[in-house]
Design a protein around this ligand. Structure first.
Ligand code: ATP
Length: 224
């Protein structure tokens, strides 16, 4: 069963007078089939937490477990495998390739990860829910902020990962679209058996979450 667990994770940037404790003894868990929300203001440590969960950076101290196995930060090969095959990221920057159309963004994903990506019919269904099925021939600079955000969400879903990690996925969206995206993440967690983790300051997403954590000054508390 897919699960992610952080035990007493601390992340410190800089040293001496420049030292910033971005995460302070964080304990956190996310399980398959569940949508977990981490709410917090700007600078509270949300992105740092998400990138540690996803293996993009390592903690200063503490332990990260994926599917019950302790992650060895020095084991670069298995970290790479985990990121490529098991994690779908929706990053704040949307990270779309500027010279590729929307359709080609997914074809690129096919070239990087060749197996187990979504079948056309199932994926088209998600494109419709996200309202981007008419945008496949557009380039990223022809999309609004909200449209590129939804393409980034679709790309994360497309590779059919066990874990979907999203950083502020609804920042540029109006309330109707937030509802659709919130329901979609919830549905994907429950019916596709993914562990979905969203970090955000968007309280509109709270109603869709199975579990809610609050983070402030790097300290986390679970409220649901
Ligand atoms: N690479 C870094 N070097 C130094 N300080 C950093 C680094 N990354 C993050 N920080 C600091 O750690 C703290 C937490 O930052 P983080 O980006 O995780 O917060 P956040 O909640 O995601 O904020 P936002 O919502 O504005 O993106 C902040 O004080 C930030 O300045």
């Amino acid at each position: 069963m897919a699960s992610l667990k952080l035990v007493d994770v601390t992340k410190v940037f800089g040293e001496g007078t420049n030292e910033v404790v971005a995460l302070n003894r964080v304990n956190f868990e996310s399980r398959q089939g569940e949508l977990t929300l981490i709410l917090g203001p700007s600078g509270s440590g949300k992105s740092t937490l998400l990138t540690i969960i996803g293996g993009l950076q390592s903690p200063t101290s503490g332990e990260v477990y994926v599917n019950g196995q302790l992650v060895d930060v020095k084991d670069v090969k298995s970290s790479d495998f985990f990121r490529l095959n098991q994690v779908g990221f929706v990053l704040q920057s949307h990270s779309l390739v500027p010279f590729l159309t929307v359709k080609k963004q997914f074809e690129l994903a096919d070239r990087v990860k060749k197996q187990n990506n979504l079948q056309t019919e199932q994926f088209n269904h998600y494109l419709q829910i996200l309202g981007i099925d008419q945008l496949l021939d557009k380039y990223p600079n022809q999309l609004s902020g909200g449209q590129s955000q939804r393409v980034a969400i679709a790309r994360a879903i497309y590779t059919n990962p066990d874990f979907i990690l999203a950083d502020e996925p609804t920042a540029a969206l109006d309330s109707d679209r937030v509802k659709k995206v919130g329901e979609l993440f919830k549905q994907i967690a429950a019916s596709e058996d993914k562990a979905v983790v969203i970090v955000t300051h968007d309280l509109r997403l709270e109603q869709f979450a199975d579990h809610v954590y609050h983070i402030e000054d790097g300290a986390i508390t679970q409220t649901k």
